[in-house]
Design a protein around this ligand. Structure first.
Ligand SMILES: [Zn+2]
Ligand SMILES: [Zn+2]
Length: 448
């Protein structure tokens, strides 16, 4: 019993409990914002473990619920969405603090359980409205559609986030600065986000009576569905009560087919991020008013009643976007993606100690790498040349004198392996180009 209790409160136990909001006000209330732990950052290894375990189970039993191409595109979007926060994280929090210091209406006790519970509810309520408007206005949908663009539904889908979403959400939380201390807001904003990770799975079917109150994998599957009965339903974050209260709740019925009503058919992470802007631009070019283009819903057609918006029926089984990339090539990309993720996680934890130009150089390399991986999966004709350039550049940079400065922050053995890793990779691509010819054709084959 005692060992169970010590495991429950151990650092690993606490990290795991936070994913499910299983924490007490006592252990997660802080007086000052600088004392609030970075739960999101601490959760990265837990995210990775969940993703790997689910992928392993899917592979072992041949369920096909996790695809390397789609999963890596999702995690790429997650990495891209974190990059601006390295430089701009404190902007919104500074504004929140300033409003609270100068304009708060009531001063809630930071260490009261009532403040803690009230904040949990208000953060979730604000998230509901932010999320609802993110679906019902095109300007916010342009960012949020990234999260819905995966045609799979697994833990990696949870990481598929927009670069821009963080800049649109703050307005919905700002009114809280009139009464909630910033430290308690920071705790719940993070816990709410962590909770939303584990509900992205097909492996948990029903949670029994908890389905009445909590947002669950079943409810969130409906939210990610493109079946007509799933559209604009279940916006909740950690609770489902707001949907029931405001008429947007829908229980899971027939098999849900995931993704966008108009699939984007790409694994390239930048196209995933910006494709909807192209659509809005085209709408505007057709002579529609800019306000209508930005503020109406994604299904808006001039002169048509929004309630009569036609959502096409889905096909069973689902036809997903896929390309003919060999298993060997997928493993190659997986290896290189692991290296890039390692570089990124190191930057996240030590960027404040590194020279800013080194941080920038590594970030440029990471961003370019993610685009290369997407183009390989999309089988673009120029992907081979992009990859030769990427591996060749990494090899050259690792030979520069000031690279040693960067290497202080990375594992010594890994740093020694870098020239070999990228040198051999570049050579393999050159050989495939010389002996295989430019076989890589643009293939956009959809199969069942
Ligand atoms: Zn959504
Ligand atoms: Zn989701």
């Amino acid at each position: 019993m005692e060992s169970l209790q010590s495991a429950w409160f151990s650092p690993t136990g606490s990290k795991l409990r936070r994913m499910f909001y299983l924490v007490t006000p006592n252990e997660t209330s802080f007086q000052y914002p600088e004392d609030v732990p970075e739960y999101e950052k601490e959760a990265s290894p837990v995210f990775m473990t969940f993703v790997l375990v689910e992928a392993f189970v899917s592979l072992l039993f041949g369920h096909g619920k996790v695809r390397i191409s789609d999963g890596l595109t999702s995690i790429s979007a997650g990495i891209l969405s974190r990059i601006p926060l390295i430089f701009l994280r404190s902007g919104f929090l500074n504004m929140y603090q300033w409003i609270y210091n100068n304009y708060h209406i009531v001063k809630l006790e930071w260490n009261s359980p009532y403040t803690w519970i009230l904040t949990l509810l208000v953060v979730d309520f604000s998230y509901y409205w932010f999320h609802r408007l993110a679906h019902e206005t095109s300007i916010l949908w342009s960012a949020h559609q990234v999260h819905h663009s995966s045609e799979d539904y697994n833990f990696s889908t949870a990481t598929r986030q927009s670069i821009l979403q963080v800049y649109s959400g703050w307005a919905f939380y700002t009114p809280m600065a009139l009464f909630v201390p910033i430290s308690i807001y920071m705790v719940h904003e993070q816990l709410n986000l962590l909770y939303q990770f584990w509900i992205h799975t097909e492996y948990i079917r029903s949670l029994g009576p908890l389905e009445h109150i909590l947002n669950t994998p079943s409810h969130h599957r409906v939210h990610h569905g493109r079946n007509p009965y799933c559209i604009d339903k279940n916006y909740g974050g950690s609770l489902i009560i707001w949907d029931k209260l405001f008429g947007t709740f829908q229980a899971e019925k027939e098999e849900v087919i995931f993704g966008l009503v108009s699939p984007i058919n790409t694994f390239e992470p930048f196209t995933v991020q910006v494709c909807y802007w192209k659509h809005l631009w085209e709408n505007w070019r057709q002579g529609r008013s800019l306000l209508n283009v930005l503020l109406r819903g994604p299904g808006w057609v001039p002169g048509q009643d929004p309630n009569e918006c036609h959502i096409p029926e889905v096909e069973h089984p689902a036809r997903k976007y896929t390309t003919e990339v060999s298993n060997l090539c997928s493993i190659y990309v997986l290896l290189h993606f692991t290296a890039v993720t390692y570089f990124f996680l190191t930057i996240l934890s030590v960027n404040h100690l590194m020279p800013q130009e080194s941080v920038l150089a590594v970030l440029v390399f990471i961003i370019y790498s993610l685009s290369c991986f997407g183009n390989i999966f999309d089988q673009r004709s120029y992907a081979t040349y992009m990859e030769i350039l990427r591996c060749g550049s990494a090899l050259c940079i690792s030979q520069l004198a000031n690279f040693q400065l960067l290497s202080e922050f990375y594992n010594e053995m890994i740093v020694k392996m870098i020239p070999w890793f990228y040198g051999i990779s570049a050579l393999l691509w050159i050989l495939s180009l010389v002996f295989g010819g430019s076989k890589q054709q643009l293939k956009h084959q959809k199969t069942a």
